[in-house]
Design a binder for this molecule. Structure first.
Ligand code: NAD
Length: 298
C-alpha cells in the first residue's frame, strides 16, 4: 500500500494507482489512520513531518519518497535503523529555480516592482543592462549551472563561479570561469547564491562580503535563508554599499511584514516560490512516484 498524506499532482496519483493500492489522507499532519498504518509500504511525502513514533506504527514501510529535496522533516536516523530508504527529487525543479533567480535579477536591475507599484518615480528608475555585465555564482551545482547558461547564452554575461567542492575543470565544463570568493565579490555586478544551508554556508554573505562588492552590485538568494545575513544586508543597503537584492528565501518564512528588508524600492522579495511552477510540481510528483514504482512495484 502507498500512502499519500498530502495532495500531490493528479498525474502522479494516477501513475501510482496503475500498480498500487493508494490511500490518500490529506490533512495537516502525517498521521496514518490506525486501519492503514500496518499496511503502508511506501509514502509519497510532501511537507509533513514523519518522526519515529509515526514510523514505528508502520512496520511494513520500505520507502519514503520525498516530494522535493530536503529530508529534514523525516527522522532519517530512525528510518535507516529500520532499513527504510528515503529518496529525494533533486533534478525536478532546477529549471524553475534557475529561471526565478534570473527573474529576480532582472526585476531588481530594472526596478520592475518599484515601477509597477509606484514606489519610485520614473526619474528615479534608471536601471542597468545585464548584457556584458559579470555574474558571480556562489555554489555551482545544478541550479547555478542553469543560471550560468541563461546568463551567458541569453544576456552575454561573463559568468564566474566559486565552489570549493568542484575542480576548476568541472567549473569550466559547467560554463563558468572558476575563481576565489573574494575575486568573485570584487568583480561581480550581480551575485547569485546557490549553496545548501550547512554550518559552513550559514552567514556566507555578511557585512565583510557586502563591503567588497561594487556599490551597484545586486545580491540574489534563491537557496536558503541563513546563507545571507539579513541584518548585514539591510545595513549594507542603508549605507549604499549595494545596488539591491532579490530574495526568494529568508531566515523566517514568510518574511515578517516589519522586517528591515521590506519596503525598499531596490529589494524584491518573493515567498519561496522558486520551485513552484506547474511544470516543476508535476515533475517532482512524477519523480517521487517513479522511486516508489522502482522500489515497490511487483
Ligand atoms: P546542488 O547540491 O546541486 O549544488 C550545491 C553546490 O554548492 C555544490 O556544488 C557544492 O559543492 C556547493 N557548495 C557547498 N558549500 C559551498 C560553499 N561553502 N561555498 C560555495 N559552494 C558551496 O544544489 P542545487 O540543486 O543547485 O540547489 C542549490 C540551493 O537551492 C539549495 O540550497 C537548495 O535548497 C535551494 N533550492 C531552493 C528552491 C526554492 O524554491 N527557492 C528550490 C530548490 C532548491
Amino acid at each position: 500500500m502507498i500512502w499519500i498524506p498530502r495532495e500531490i499532482h493528479v498525474d502522479a496519483v494516477a501513475d501510482l494507482e496503475t500498480w498500487a493500492d493508494v490511500r490518500r489522507g490529506w490533512g495537516a499532519e502525517a498521521v496514518a489512520e490506525d486501519a492503514i498504518a500496518p499496511l503502508v509500504e511506501g509514502i509519497l511525502l510532501r511537507t509533513a513531518r514523519l518522526d519515529a513514533p509515526q514510523l514505528e506504527r508502520m512496520p511494513r514501510l520500505r520507502l519514503i519518497a520525498r516530494h522535493g529535496v530536503g529530508t529534514d522533516t523525516v527522522d532519517t536516523v530512525f528510518a535507516r535503523e529500520r532499513g527504510i530508504r528515503v529518496t529525494i527529487t533533486p533534478e525536478a525543479n532546477v529549471l524553475s529555480v534557475a529561471e526565478h533567480a534570473v527573474a529576480l535579477l532582472m526585476a531588481v536591475r530594472r526596478g520592475i516592482v518599484a515601477a509597477a507599484t509606484g514606489a519610485a518615480s520614473r526619474a528615479e528608475l534608471i536601471g542597468g543592462e545585464l548584457s556584458g555585465s559579470t555574474l558571480g555564482l556562489i555554489g555551482f551545482g545544478r541550479i547555478a549551472r542553469r543560471v550560468a547558461r541563461i546568463g551567458q547564452g541569453g544576456f552575454g554575461m561573463r559568468v564566474r563561479a566559486y565552489d570549493p567542492g568542484l575542480s576548476d575543470d568541472e567549473v569550466r565544463a559547467g560554463g563558468a570561469e572558476p575563481c576565489s570568493l573574494d575575486d568573485l565579490l570584487d568583480e561581480a555586478d550581480a551575485v547569485s547564491v546557490h549553496v545548501p544551508l550547512v554550518s559552513t554556508t550559514r552567514g556566507l554573505l555578511g557585512a565583510e562580503q557586502f563591503r567588497r562588492m561594487p556599490s551597484h552590485a545586486i545580491v540574489v538568494n534563491t537557496s536558503r535563508g541563513g546563507v545571507v545575513d539579513e541584518d548585514a544586508l539591510a545595513e549594507a543597503l542603508d549605507a549604499g554599499e549595494l545596488g539591491g537584492a532579490g530574495l526568494d528565501v529568508s531566515e523566517i518564512e514568510p518574511m515578517p511584514d516589519d522586517h528591515p528588508l521590506r519596503g525598499r524600492a531596490n529589494v524584491v522579495i518573493t515567498p519561496h516560490i522558486g520551485g513552484q511552477t506547474r511544470e516543476a510540481m508535476r515533475r517532482v510528483a512524477m519523480e517521487a512516484a517513479a522511486s516508489l514504482r522502482s522500489e515497490l512495484a511487483p
